[in-house]
Design a protein around this ligand. Structure first.
Ligand code: 5GP
Length: 146
């Protein structure tokens, strides 16, 4: 028998960002999704894409929200190639603590990559706010021109 899955708890950081209770460097928004800069980036331009509807992760999310999130992931990944002069993009997604998840609102990581440059640690050092603001602006400029 499989273990019972925990229910979604809307007292999480990303829900607070969605409600405007916490700030974020936003890069893209539509009716179903929001993309913003990761505060502890594993590489320059590390972004997160979340659904606006609350779900914990891939185990409880509505498939329609997966589709919406992945559409935005593709937009952000393409923008990352241009905005950060990237040579590739790593897309990551973690489920439950054993799967490496730390924030329990579904999210997908979009990480611009360059040949030979290793990722920094997951949930490592906090980035400078001004740097994140400038990187978010780069994304927005590319997305606006797309
Ligand atoms: P995961 O749950 O996928 O393991 O990791 C959560 C991610 O959220 C990490 O990459 C971490 O840096 C990021 N993160 C944690 N707290 C905040 C926050 O308050 N704001 C933003 N923008 N990102 C956060």
């Amino acid at each position: 028998m499989s273990a019972a899955r925990p229910a979604y708890d809307d007292n999480n950081i990303f829900q607070k960002i969605l409600k405007g209770e916490l700030p974020a460097h936003k890069i893209y928004e539509d009716d179903k999704t929001l993309a913003f800069m990761d505060i502890m980036p594993r590489a320059d331009g590390h972004a997160l894409v979340i659904p606006k509807t609350g779900s914990r992760n891939m185990l409880d999310i509505d498939p329609a929200d997966i589709a919406a999130v992945m559409e935005t992931v593709q937009k952000v990944a393409r923008a990352a190639m241009e905005a950060f002069d990237a040579e590739g993009v790593t897309i990551q997604q973690f489920n439950e603590p054993a799967g490496g998840q730390v924030v329990f609102h579904t999210h997908v990581h979009v990480i611009p990559r360059h040949d030979g440059v290793k990722l920094r640690p997951h949930t490592g050092d906090m980035a400078d706010g001004a740097v994140l603001a400038a990187q978010a602006e780069k994304y927005r400029a590319v997305l606006a021109a797309a």
